[in-house]
Design a protein around this ligand. Structure first.
Ligand code: AHR
Length: 328
């Protein structure tokens, strides 16, 4: 005959097992699942430095809601240490999938190994990391920033075709160490180096913000006797620089040609007004693809290691044609 004590022990054992698997104890599964069976996605955002970033956050939050994904959103306010802390919190909470847009490219191996050891898949969105071990993340969805820099350089080369006078360029770089700052600089430099008339006379970070873009442009205008072209790594810095150029009594887009990256609504408006001459698009609308990839990764499906965003470029005429429907 089975003793009452033995039956109670078995029942309580079953209860513990059921509870653990219900809330995702370390059972070899890749995470917890929401209490209501929803996929739980921990997302660490860079911050809110630009119009692009605001649109990206909105896309992720709205897509999570419509895809039935429980989103745990954390804003790193531009600091890598905050992102590392957020990722560790996601690991402790045993979310199903972790996604993040890295503030800078390097210094991620330790925390990514912790996620891997905890069996929680990681998706990189928007920006890459420089880890040699690509098994530390499942996929990387975002733009080709080198190509964006190249497109900016190619427009410039074409615009000055047949001219021989020196072309003095000032460059507003993104956040130091961030993939889009490194790559957009490299891509642009790679194209313009073929012609010695192009000279980058000053290059400094404007932190991807309007305020810093304006301040740094003021410094450039005071220090440089002749500026022909401004290449800004994003629209916001370009828009800040436009304020500085106008305050200095010059005409943006005419006295100083301006090339930017992103194509957010404010940038497109300035482009349609002729204050910016050319914009290379970088799409922030990564939310729907991210939700799709997170579901596939959670289900154990194989996903491509790299998912590239499709993007275009805009002249003032093209900006005028699409401005009314521009969503961000
Ligand atoms: O990583 C994408 C870049 O980050 C955007 O081009 C810029 O505006 C943002 O801050």
């Amino acid at each position: 005959m089975v003793s009452k004590r033995w039956t109670a022990a078995v029942l309580s054992g079953l209860l513990i097992t059921a509870t653990l698997s219900g809330c995702g104890g370390d059972d070899g599964d890749s995470g917890s699942g929401g209490g209501d069976g929803k996929l739980v996605l921990g997302f660490s955002q860079v911050g809110a430095e630009s119009g692009w970033r605001t649109a990206n956050t909105k896309s992720i939050q709205e897509s999570a809601a419509s895809a039935g994904v429980e989103l745990k959103f954390s804003d790193a306010q531009g600091k890598q240490e905050n992102q590392i802390k957020a990722i560790r919190n996601f690991i402790t909470q045993r979310v199903d999938v972790i996604a993040f847009s890295p503030v800078v490219e390097s210094g991620w191996d330790t925390v990514l190994k912790e996620a891997k050891d905890a069996n929680i898949p990681v998706i990189l969105t928007d920006r890459a990391v420089d880890s040699q071990d690509t098994s530390l993340y499942k996929t990387f969805i975002g733009s080709d920033f080198v190509l964006e820099g190249k497109k900016a350089g190619e427009w410039l080369v074409k615009d000055y075709e047949g001219k021989t006078d020196p072309v003095n360029i000032v460059e507003l770089q993104g956040t130091p160490g961030a993939a889009p700052a490194n790559d957009r600089k490299a891509g642009f430099a790679d194209v313009i180096k073929a012609d010695p008339k192009f000279k980058v006379v000053a290059s400094q970070t404007g932190q991807f913000t309007r305020t810093d873009g304006k301040q740094v442009m003021e410094t450039f205008l005071k220090a440089q006797p002749k500026i022909d072209v401004l290449y800004a790594h994003n629209d916001d810095m370009g828009l800040g620089a436009i304020e500085a150029i106008e305050a200095a009594g010059k005409k943006p887009g005419t006295d100083i040609k301006i090339i930017t990256v992103d194509a957010v609504k404010d940038g497109m408006t300035a482009l349609s007004e002729g204050k910016i001459n050319y914009i290379v698009e970088c799409s922030p609308l990564l939310g729907p693809q991210l939700m799709d990839l997170a579901k596939k990764v959670k289900a154990g499906e194989t996903v491509p290691q790299r998912v590239l965003t499709e993007e275009t470029t805009f002249t003032p005429e093209q900006a005028k044609a699409v401005l009314a429907e521009r969503k961000y």
